[in-house]
Design a protein around this ligand. Structure first.
Ligand SMILES: [Zn+2]
Ligand SMILES: [Zn+2]
Length: 667
């Protein structure tokens, strides 16, 4: 990453009434060009404003540098305007949708006769460069009335729709900026001040297109207007923009790496999973190879949980509405549920989560303080409504199976139990070579009382237990106000992937609220009946998301214990097939997953085939090996070693048993 970033917010600047912020900021010595150029200001109310803003009275403003998060949004959204101008100059019939900034970039939606092809994007980029070089200025203009806006935008049907929504839903906006007025941004020619192009927008924008130093259009894809499948399909062009060429280059490298590691492509190439039109979107078919990975992870979780005294349960996937009225999923989370199934006049739902079932397991028997902590685990399958536009390979599906468990304990035990859950995450991640992770403590926003239950003491206690456990875990964490669930604070584990992406791996909670709703209690030593505390946890997330992550993490080159095929046996000649079969049988007998390549191709082609399939151990058998009962092993590192068959079996078995990461992720 570039070292040009400013690491602190510039001091506030006082702007006299009637002066432009640009003029005043320029006198402070702050840069007005380059990667740290001041491109906008934030006023005392927190609103972002253009640099050209002239306040009616003396105000204090905070300069916004290009390289700050706000500055990057403004840069990217301004680049989206340039993109739209370029598209309309090349494709006169193109109608405009919206063009907001997104993480690391921007997009703009267009209604065009046919989808953009890669050479279209190249043409558009060339045009964009011309516009940028021309140094057009961005000028904010307020529509005198909605009628005036309608008149000016009469040829832009989608913009008209936004005007009718008063621009407050889905309208382009770089960030929270001056609202309440209907505004348009004109692009003015640097010399003549003539209007070259305009767009309905709240702004703010860069002062000039010349500040766009490094951008690239990355791809285009179909997208429905306002995300609704009932609306017309538009063409969305994605791009990215950065303050410097170096940052753009690094970002494109990460994108390329992400593309190479895309779990959807590797998943198909290695026959891990697939999708079928007849079965439906977002409903993966786990192929035999993928099922092996899933089973191995599940076996690992069971072993880990057994040692920590969890007990396994099995509960049904569909359930009467009564349970969800009790849990509050109905009516509050109805939009996450699929439509009910009528069975003999009763309404049943596909379950969206396992918690209520586990609570009913707990509730089905009386519990004494001696039973606590009572831990029940289930790799439970759930279904949640997702729009088809949101689906993404195994990362976002409509049905998934979670590494779920609930711990029922006393309030006194809760901190240690939650700490145990955090240590469990830590151990799992380290065993997989995941070292870059942290926690997010999502707290309630005390001002938003409607969203959260109102038992103050309960919030205080839940936060206390959670924070105490987090502090003791020594795992770094950040706090986020407003992200809590209705019933309590949440702790999300975030992993930073090799591709630079962040991945929310699991959500955990200390829950004091649900036991009250469900009447979950235990009989204490003093004879009283007391409410339990519930800890929700799912360290390995869901199979779908976690395997998707692991595919990208290892780039398909799984450690031996997870590799669907662990050993490929290659006989050098057809008369050696008998020995190859014998070697394979010995490996299978030792619980290793081995296959013999019986093809007729040359050795180099066979080795290449095994490497392409990411098989970690390749065993080559020649006459000498058959005579001496030895094997010649080729590792992912390229190293080769000869050894007695028994020694190889012992070595491979140890790689599996120790969950060794040797050679894992080797590309
Ligand atoms: Zn705009
Ligand atoms: Zn739960």
């Amino acid at each position: 990453m570039s070292t040009t970033r400013v690491d602190r917010v510039p001091d506030a600047v006082t702007v006299p009434a009637g002066s432009s912020c640009a003029d005043v900021v320029a006198t402070t010595g702050l840069p007005m060009t380059g990667p740290n150029a001041i491109v906008a200001v934030r006023d005392a109310d927190g609103l972002l404003r253009d640099l050209s803003w002239k306040p009616g009275e003396e105000v204090k403003v905070f300069p916004v540098p290009l390289s700050s998060p706000d500055g990057l949004n403004i840069l990217r959204h301004s680049t989206a305007h340039v993109l739209a101008q370029a598209v309309q100059s090349l494709y006169a019939e193109a109608k405009l949708g919206i063009g907001p900034p997104v993480e690391n970039g921007f997009y703009y939606d267009f209604d065009v006769a046919k989808p953009f092809q890669p050479d279209d994007l190249e043409r558009i980029e060339v045009r964009m460069r011309e516009i940028i070089k021309g140094g057009q200025r961005f000028r904010r203009r307020v529509f005198p009335s909605i009628e005036a806006a309608r008149q000016e935008l009469r040829d832009e049907p989608y913009k008209l729709e936004l005007v009718d929504l008063k621009g407050d839903d889905g309208a382009p906006s770089a960030a929270d900026s001056a609202a309440g007025e209907l505004t348009v941004y004109d692009n003015l020619d640097a010399r003549s001040d003539e209007v070259r192009w305009s767009d309905l927008c709240r702004g703010p924008h860069l002062p000039s297109t010349r500040l766009i130093q490094a951008f690239k259009l990355t791809r285009s894809a179909a997208a429905y207007w306002r995300g609704n499948e009932a609306n017309p399909q538009l063409q969305r062009v994605y791009g990215t923009a950065w303050p410097t060429r170096e940052e753009l280059k690094e970002h494109l490298r990460q994108l390329e790496e992400a593309g190479r590691r895309d779990h959807r492509r590797i998943g198909e190439d290695l026959d891990l999973f697939t999708f079928s039109k007849e079965i439906g979107k977002g409903l993966p078919l786990w192929l035999p190879n993928g099922t092996i990975i899933r089973d191995e992870l599940e076996g690992w979780a069971r072993q880990t949980e057994r040692r920590l005294k969890y007990r396994r349960v099995v509960t049904p996937s569909i359930t009467k509405d009564e349970l969800y009225y009790l849990s509050g999923h109905l009516p509050y989370y109805r939009e996450d549920l699929y439509a009910p199934i009528d069975i003999e006049g009763e309404q049943y739902y596909l379950r969206p989560m396992n918690c209520p079932h586990h609570h009913m397991v707990y509730k089905s028997r009386p519990h004494s303080y001696r039973d606590l902590p009572y831990k029940i685990a289930e790799y439970g399958t759930v279904h949640r409504f997702e729009r088809s536009g949101q689906l993404h390979g195994l990362m976002r599906t409509r049905g998934f199976t979670q590494n779920d468990a609930h711990i029922y304990c006393s309030a006194e035990q809760a901190k240690d139990q939650f700490l145990e859950v955090m240590r469990m995450h830590d151990a799992y991640y380290r065993a997989l070579g995941i070292s870059d992770f942290y926690m997010v403590l999502a707290l309630r926003d005390p001002r938003n009382t409607a969203k959260y239950h109102d038992d103050e003491e309960m919030w205080r206690l839940a936060e206390q237990i959670t924070r105490d456990a987090m502090d003791e875990s020594n795992i770094p964490y950040v706090e986020e106000i407003g992200g809590a669930a209705h019933y309590g604070p949440k702790v999300d584990f975030m992993i930073r992937a090799v591709t630079g992406k962040e991945f929310a791996a699991s959500t955990n909670q200390v829950d004091l609220y649900t036991p009250q709703r469900f009447g979950l209690t235990y009989h204490d030593s003093d004879g009283g009946e007391k409410p339990v505390v519930v800890i929700h946890r799912a360290p390995l997330g869901s199979h779908e998301r976690f395997v998707a992550y692991l595919v990208e993490h290892f780039g398909g080159a799984f450690p031996v214990w997870l590799a669907p095929e662990q050993v490929r046996v290659i006989p050098l000649a057809s008369e050696l097939r008998e020995y190859a079969d014998e070697v394979c049988d010995v490996l299978l007998g030792a619980d290793l997953r081995a296959e013999v390549d019986r093809g007729d191709s040359r050795l180099s082609a066979k080795v290449r085939a095994a490497v392409t399939r990411k098989v970690p151990l390749i065993v080559v058998l020649g006459r000498k090996e058959a005579e001496n009962r030895t094997v010649s092993v080729r590792y992912r590192s390229g190293e080769e070693r000869s050894m007695p068959l028994e020694a190889f079996v012992a070595q491979a078995t140890e790689l599996v048993r120790s969950k060794s990461l040797e050679g894992a992720g080797h590309q």
